[in-house]
Design a protein around this ligand. Structure first.
Ligand SMILES: Nc1ncnc2c1ncn2[C@@H]1O[C@H](COP(=O)(O)OP(=O)(O)OP(=O)(O)O)[C@@H](O)[C@H]1O
Ligand SMILES: [Mg+2]
Length: 263
């Protein structure tokens, strides 16, 4: 793909933008890519909360209100990832001017392989500016018609600001249910599906522990799917061994105990 600034967007809220930004970002960092994730959801910021950086003194709010430089708002995240959180105060939001985002981004990307911008839901100015400054927009979509319709609208908006959609992350897929398939989604939205992330209770659990699922439960279905998307963005083949130690199953353990490793 070659692009490096991706804005993670969706029409409706709660599709999994923040979870995707955090986990794909962490996976890219673990692949050795210099990666920064930025919380551009300046009104309803929660990236800091799910990554344990909610008490950061200087955030994107301070940068967008001209009180700090962007370099001061970059924090160490998991797995070598760098994180620019947003503040949680409403006053900080009120004082933030999203127009400054482009300047901040230009300063950030020097020497960086990937910058993932977690955008707010909706079609407000704060949602559109992150789309307008990206190399490509990635849409996070749930397998429901309403989510699809919102995603289509977001795609049109992306094109209205002169950008294009680089792909779709189809999130919260429950295989046993009769849902829209990834082929149908790709056809409806007119963009390729970069990854299919299953519904996985570990996503919420990891958020509660403030550790990305790709680190806390690297073998869980959603973690593997997030790592695959990261490998695709990095242009690398996905190998499970690369990302985590293979867990020894009961049968392997029994065989090892009984036969000293020879099955
Ligand atoms: N694959 C998944 N399996 C299970 N739960 C998930 C999955 N993806 C996201 N969630 C849960 O869905 C909720 C919304 O996810 P998230 O905050 O990432 O969405 P968002 O698009 O950033 O929302 P908002 O628009 O409010 O910023 C969270 O509670 C998250 O833990
Ligand atoms: Mg979010």
């Amino acid at each position: 793909m070659g692009e490096k600034v991706y804005t993670i967007a969706s029409g409706k809220g709660g599709t999994g933008k923040t979870s995707s930004s955090v986990n794909i970002g962490t996976s890219l960092a673990m692949l050795g890519k210099k990666t920064i994730i930025m919380d551009a959801d300046i009104g309803m910021a929660n990236m800091g909360l799910i990554i344990g950086l909610e008490n950061s003194p200087i955030t994107l709010h301070e940068v967008l209100s001209g009180k700090a430089e962007i370099e001061q708002a970059v924090y160490e995240g998991p797995g070598g990832l760098k994180v620019v959180p947003s503040g949680i105060s409403l006053q900080g939001f009120q004082n933030s001017d999203p127009e400054i985002l482009r300047d901040a981004m230009v300063k950030l990307i020097d020497g960086v392989d990937f910058l993932l911008i977690d955008a707010p839901a909706g079609i407000s100015k704060d949602a559109i500016i992150p789309m307008a400054i990206a190399d490509e927009v990635l849409l996070v979509v749930n397998p429901e018609l309403s989510s699809m319709a919102d995603a289509l609208k977001t795609k049109v908006l992306t094109e209205m600001v002169g950008r294009s959609v680089g792909g779709i992350i189809l999130n919260r897929v429950e295989t046993e249910k009769c849902e829209l398939t990834s082929q149908k989604v790709a056809g409806l939205i007119g963009s390729k599906v970069l990854g299919v992330i299953p519904e996985d209770v570990n996503v919420r659990k990891s958020a509660a522990f403030k550790i990305p699922i790709v680190i806390r439960s690297p073998k869980s279905p959603a973690a593997i799917a997030f790592k695959k998307v990261a490998a695709t963005l990095a242009g690398e083949a996905f190998t499970e061994e690369k990302s985590a130690e293979k867990k020894e199953g009961f049968a392997d353990r029994l065989a090892r105990t009984l036969f000293g490793g020879k099955k």
